[in-house]
Design a protein around this ligand. Structure first.
Ligand code: UDP
Length: 328
């Protein structure tokens, strides 16, 4: 299939582009490089520097004979969304609306959307199933939920078929060591810990030790970026093979506390970096663990890289080889 990958130069997008090539599909990357890295793209992939909101996209989708769109391009930091919501509404909500409308006008049939566990907010039950209450606790999660709702309307009324994938905590890197996570500023736990291990920051700060969890720190479900990549391909193939519009959680089903991640990283790196205790971060639920049974049953998806030790090892390989990310 010819697949347009928005945000294909970003963290999860770039891993999916490689997986698409390996699976025999033809990815076309669309990215405005506001946060992505063109260096993350493999040789031979077509790259178009364009914004998702650009109306020229209608013709592009037709010219390239695009069968389906994978939509990764978004702002994705919870903390930033609570300080600067404007860019989340502009880029995520308005930008995605423009993109989805271009998809409709061009007659593209299939759409796979990067959603998030943040659509659930503080869960009433864990592991979280897809029919759980949707009550995001931050602007980022709200913008993703709005886009899911938009897709549902376009599906019901215009017949666009879509899959929304609600990721838990994306982590790790391709085990080639060639691509990995490079955000500016970095806000995610595992890369920040690895920067502390590399001596690039004085310590890692644990945000809150008074949560209702076994050791008082937040529990999250870390899922390897290559397991997310495979889920996107299975979702696109599911739509191609007649699957109806649907949404799935993607997680490993295992929860690890911030303290456990810190300790595991010390074990993987062999470095005893310093750890500070800080206040809770606004908008953080205590425990988020996925039930991914639905994706396993309907898509035939299986996370195979998401052992937490492996996730951290792969991330460490990338960070050691690229201490300044994609910058030389
Ligand atoms: N976290 C932390 N210190 C940091 C960054 C994150 O203690 O410097 C915690 C954060 O509060 C959350 C977990 O690590 O409980 C994962 O945060 P991250 O930002 O990686 O992902 P999120 O869960 O927000 O998607």
């Amino acid at each position: 299939m010819n697949i347009l990958v928005t945000g294909g130069a970003g963290y999860i997008g770039s891993h999916t582009v490689r997986a698409l090539q390996k699976a025999g599909h033809t990815p076309v990357v669309l990215d405005n490089l506001s946060r992505g890295h063109v260096e993350s793209l493999p040789a031979g992939v077509e790259f178009i520097n364009m914004d998702i909101a650009d109306p020229a996209l209608v013709n592009l989708l037709k010219e390239k004979q695009i069968d389906g769109v994978m939509h990764f391009a978004a702002h994705s930091q919870v903390g930033e969304s609570m300080v600067n919501p404007m860019i989340y509404y502009e880029n995520n909500v308005v930008g995605s609306f423009r993109l989805i409308e271009s998809v409709r006008q061009a007659g593209v049939k299939y759409f796979v959307f990067s959603s998030t566990a943040a659509v659930y907010g503080e869960p009433e039950e864990v592991p979280i199933k897809e029919d759980a209450r949707l009550a995001p606790t931050n602007v980022y999660g709200r913008t993703k939920l709005m886009i899911e709702q938009m897709l549902q309307d376009y599906s019901n009324i215009y017949g666009l078929r879509y899959v929304a994938l609600r990721y838990f905590n994306a982590a790790g890197a391709d085990n080639s060591g060639e691509i990995g996570e490079d955000h500016t500023p970095e806000t995610h736990l595992i890369p920040l810990i690895l920067e502390a291990a590399l001596g690039k920051r004085p310590n890692i700060t644990i945000f809150g030790t008074d949560y209702d969890t076994a050791d008082g720190t937040c529990v999250r479900d870390y899922i390897h970026v290559n397991d997310l990549a495979s889920a996107h391909i299975l979702s696109m193939e599911y739509l191609r093979d007649g699957g109806e519009s649907n949404y799935f959680n993607l997680g490993s089903g295992n929860g690890f506390s911030v303290k456990e991640i810190v300790d595991t990283t010390k074990a993987v790196t062999g470095i005893d970096f310093s750890v500070a205790i800080g206040e809770r971060r606004a908008g953080d639920p205590g425990t988020l663990i996925a039930s991914s049974e639905k994706a396993q049953t309907i898509l035939g998806w299986k996370p195979v890289h998401s052992d937490v030790m492996q996730v951290i090892k792969d991330a460490w390989q990338w960070h050691q080889g690229h201490p300044n990310g994609y910058k030389a």
